[in-house]
Design a protein around this ligand. Structure first.
Ligand code: NAD
Ligand code: DAU
Length: 348
C-alpha cells in the first residue's frame, strides 16, 4: 500500500482486514505529508500486530522503495499515494507533478527491477474521474472516454495513468487501474467539501460554496470505493481500467443544504440553523462543472455494487465526525504534525 495514512488508504486497510477476507500482511508506505495521519490506523496496528507494518517512505525515493519491496517480498502494490486536493494544486502545482507523476514513475521503475520476470505480482493504480474533464448537462464518463484533464491535479493524475498503462504495454507489467468519483466518509481531511462544511457547522462558521453552487459531483461512500478496488485487485483483468462511481449526482448547494438539515437533526438545532451560514464565495479557477460516471464494467465483470445509500452514508459520516472530534481537533491544532515530529523527527 502506498498512501495508506490518507483518507481512502486508511479506510482500505481497515476494509481488507475486516471484510475483505485478506490473509496476508500490509506494508503501508507513506511520506506523512500534511494529509497523512498515522494515528488514523492506530486501531489497525493494535488489532493486527505484525500483519500491519508502517514505513515512512517517500514514493519518490527509489532506494527506500526498492529496499522495502525486497525486505518484505511485496507481491502487490495498491497505489493510493498522491497529492489529492484540487485547490492546493492550483496554488502550488509542483508537489503534484513530483508525487503524482515522478513518484508513480519511480514506483513502476522499482517494480520493473525487483519483479523482473515474475507473473504473480500486481500493481494497482488508484485514479480519479477528473482525468476525463468536465461534463455538460448530459452524458457520462466511460472507461473509453478520452482524457481531458483541466486542473494541475487532474493533469498529474492523467499523466500517471498514461505511464502505468505504458508499463503494461511496453514492459508487460501486471497492472490494473481504477478511476473513481468523489468519495466521502470517515477520516477525510478537513479541506474537502463534506468535512469542511461539517466542521464549520459545528463552529457556526460560514459555509463557503464556490461560484453559483451548481457544480455537480457524483458521491460514493468510501467503503464502496474500497470494495471496488479490492474486487479489481482480486479478479480484475490485467491491463484493464475500471470506473467506480456512486451514480449519485448532487449539485454542491443541494448537498450542503441536505447536510445542514441532517446535522441540525443530530445536534438538536432548528432545521434552518446551519443553512443561514451558507455563503457564496469566489469560484475555483477552471472549476469542472459536472462529473458523472458509468460503472457497468466493474458491476458486470466483477459483480461489484454499492452497499451504502447516500442518506445512510451521509448520516454515518456526520456521526463519525461528531463522535471523533479528537481526530479533527488534532488536525486543527496541528497536534498530529507534532506527533510526527516526535515519532519521526520532522516532516519529510
Ligand atoms: P489523501 O490526500 O487523503 O491521502 C494521500 C496520502 O498519500 C497521505 O497519507 C499522504 O501522506 C500520502 N503521500 C502524499 N505524497 C506522498 C509521497 N510522495 N510518498 C508517500 N506518500 C505520500 O488522498 P485520498 O483522498 O485518500 O486519495 C487517495 C488516492 O485516491 C489518490 O491517488 C487520489 O487521486 C485518488 N482518488 C481520490 C478520490 C477522493 O474523492 N478523495 C476519488 C478518486 C480517486
Ligand atoms: O472526482 C474525484 C475527485 O474528488 C478526487 O480525485 C479528488 O482527490 C477529490 O479531492 C475530489 O475533488 P473535488 O475537487 O471534486 O473535491 P472537493 O471536495 O475539493 O470539492 C467538491 C466540490 O465542492 C467542488 O465542486 C468544489 C466545491 N467546494 C469545495 C470546497 C472545499 C465548495 O463549494 N466549497 C469548498 O469549501
Amino acid at each position: 500500500m502506498t498512501g495508506g495514512a490518507g483518507f481512502i488508504g486508511s479506510n482500505f486497510i481497515r476494509f481488507i482486514f475486516q471484510s475483505g477476507g485478506f490473509k496476508g500482511r500490509v506494508i503501508n508506505i507513506d511520506k506523512l505529508t500534511y494529509a497523512g495521519n498515522a494515528e488514523s490506523l492506530a486501531d489497525v496496528q493494535a488489532a493486527q500486530g505484525d500483519r500491519y507494518v508502517f514505513e515512512r517512505i517517500d514514493i519518490c525515493d527509489f532506494d527506500a522503495v526498492k529496499n522495502c519491496l525486497v525486505k518484505y517480498d511485496v507481491d502487490c502494490i495498491v497505489h493510493f499515494a498522491a497529492e489529492s486536493h484540487v485547490d492546493r494544486s492550483i496554488h502550488g502545482p509542483a508537489e503534484f507533478i513530483q508525487t503524482n507523476i515522478v513518484g508513480t514513475f519511480n514506483l513502476l521503475e522499482v517494480c520493473r527491477q525487483v519483479w523482473n520476470g515474475r507473473n504473480d505480482v500486481l500493481f494497482h493504480h488508484v485514479s480519479t474521474d477528473e482525468v476525463f474533464g468536465s461534463l455538460g448537462a448530459e452524458g457520462y464518463f466511460y472507461e473509453t472516454t478520452p482524457y481531458d484533464p483541466r486542473s494541475p491535479y487532474s493533469a498529474s493524475k492523467a499523466s500517471s495513468d498514461h505511464i502505468v498503462n505504458a508499463y503494461f504495454h511496453t514492459y508487460g507489467m501486471d497492472i490494473t487501474m481504477s478511476n473513481c468519483t468523489n468519495n466521502y466518509g470517515p477520516y477525510q481531511f478537513p479541506e474537502k467539501l463534506i468535512p469542511v462544511m461539517l466542521l464549520n457547522m459545528l463552529e457556526d462558521k460560514p459555509l463557503p460554496v464556490y461560484g453559483d453552487g451548481m457544480n455537480i459531483r457524483d458521491w460514493l461512500y468510501v467503503i464502496d470505493h474500497c470494495s471496488g478496488i479490492w474486487a479489481i485487485v482480486c479478479g480484475g483483468r490485467l491491463g484493464e481500467t475500471y470506473n467506480i462511481g456512486g451514480e449519485n449526482e448532487w449539485t454542491n448547494i443541494d448537498l450542503v443544504n441536505r447536510m445542514c438539515e441532517l446535522t441540525a437533526e443530530k445536534t438538536g438545532k432548528d432545521k434552518d440553523h446551519y443553512k443561514k451560514l451558507i455563503t457564496y464565495v469566489k469560484d475555483r479557477p477552471g472549476h469542472d462543472r459536472r462529473y458523472a460516471i458509468k460503472c457497468d464494467k466493474i458491476k458486470n465483470e466483477l459483480g461489484w455494487k454499492q452497499s451504502v445509500t447516500f442518506d445512510a452514508g451521509l448520516s454515518l459520516t456526520i456521526d463519525w465526525y461528531l463522535n471523533n472530534q479528537a481526530w479533527t481537533d488534532s488536525i486543527k491544532s496541528g497536534e498530529y504534525l507534532r506527533w510526527v515530529d516526535k515519532n519521526y523527527g520532522g516532516r519529510a
